[in-house]
Ligand binder design. Structure first.
Ligand code: ZN
Length: 153
């Protein structure tokens, strides 16, 4: 998903042969926030329909949310007991837990602790969701490409 995101945001920015270097190694947060900024900038220039821009914006935000979940899965501390108590976020997954539900917490940069309940099945579900988001991002880019009516500049 990350490489699709990088590719889509770099194309969104209208990168030429050399501009890809700006996007290499950038974090997902950076890609999403710059992708959203470029989208806002290009929207009136390209006369993209509002609906297409809204879908694009949603695809970028969804990618960021999925990536944050991935980060807590990878960097968080998995425990069987609850660490935070109140403020611990329950599972939102539609699939029932396939085994124990873990309490995963992680400290975030200047934002305090975050704790979520996760089951092993959630990891697989996230991987699948990220594949869908990859498709969603590419579909949003294609729609924007197709809707291009010519630059007004
Ligand atoms: Zn908990």
């Amino acid at each position: 998903m990350e490489s699709s995101l990088r590719d889509v945001v770099s194309r969104l920015a209208g990168s030429d042969d050399a501009a890809w270097i700006i996007f290499e190694g950038q974090s997902v947060d950076w890609l999403v926030s710059n992708g959203l900024a470029v989208l806002t900038q290009r929207e009136p220039m390209e006369r993209w329909p509002t609906q297409i821009v809204a879908q694009f914006r949603e695809a970028l935000n969804n990618a960021q949310t999925a990536y944050r979940t991935r980060n807590i899965m990878i960097h968080g501390e998995w425990r069987t007991d609850c660490f935070m108590g109140e403020g611990c976020i329950g599972r939102s997954a539609p699939v029932p837990a396939d085994g124990p539900v873990f309490h995963v917490h992680r400290s975030r940069y200047r934002k305090g602790l975050e704790e979520r309940q996760l089951a092993i099945v959630d990891i697989e579900a996230l991987a699948e969701h990220m594949r869908e988001l990859e498709y969603e991002l590419r579909a949003a880019m294609k729609k924007a490409d197709d809707a291009w009516l010519g630059s007004i500049a």
